[in-house]
Design a protein around this ligand. Structure first.
Ligand SMILES: Cc1cc2nc3c(=O)[nH]c(=O)nc-3n(C[C@H](O)[C@H](O)[C@H](O)COP(=O)(O)O)c2cc1C
Length: 170
């Protein structure tokens, strides 16, 4: 911190997580034995337009990590403000320590294209198959090919175009 050759009016900023704001999403997953889990993820972005792909960064110590790794798929659920309390809980409690999904009455439905659950109470659910991953450092970035997108009818036109301005993101 603090350099002698700083540009006038600037100082050196911290390097970690400096792409802000990043979307707050809930990633849902299912292990090979059928166990479901959900965790909050801030390391999430689009990474290919064609074919459509997104990636999520998961720390290997997360309970969800093994489930995602062994199943080869995950679901990205966009979260709106009515789900803030559940988001905070799922992002601060590990399934390793208790059934956080039951504690918060998290509703799950089977995905349509992949063997992982979707969160129907979130407005958009993006089902992905993992096509690659990169260990970048603290996180393993899982690259997911988008197989199917569920979007609430109220925010989607007949052709499936989603009006993201109607989602009150966290
Ligand atoms: C706002 C927010 C963003 C988070 N982003 C990530 C992330 O990008 N990757 C990750 O592995 N954990 C992230 N976490 C932490 C996990 O959600 C948290 O450790 C969770 O309890 C893991 O659950 P699990 O052990 O049941 O998988 C985030 C938490 C919060 C609150």
């Amino acid at each position: 911190m603090g350099t002698t050759n700083a540009i006038e009016g600037k100082r050196e900023g911290k390097k970690r997580s400096c792409l802000q704001r990043s979307p707050a999403v809930l990633v849902s997953c299912r292990g090979l034995d059928g166990e479901n889990n959900v965790l909050a993820v801030g390391y999430c972005c689009n990474c290919s337009f064609d074919p459509p792909m997104v990636m999520v960064g998961i720390v290997p110590t997360r309970y969800s990590y093994k489930l995602i790794k062994e199943s080869g798929c995950f679901v990205v659920n966009l979260v709106d403000s009515h789900y803030q309390d559940t988001f905070d809980y799922l992002g601060s409690h590990s399934k390793r320590d208790g059934d956080k999904l039951a504690e918060k009455n998290v509703r799950l439905l089977d995905g349509k294209a992949v063997n992982a659950p979707i969160l129907p109470d979130c407005p958009v659910n993006i089902e992905c198959t993992i096509v690659d991953s990169i260990v970048t450092g603290s996180h393993e970035m899982f690259i997911g090919k988008i197989e199917y997108v569920h979007a609430d009818e109220a925010i989607t036109d007949e052709e499936g175009k989603i009006d993201f301005s109607q989602i009150n993101f966290l």
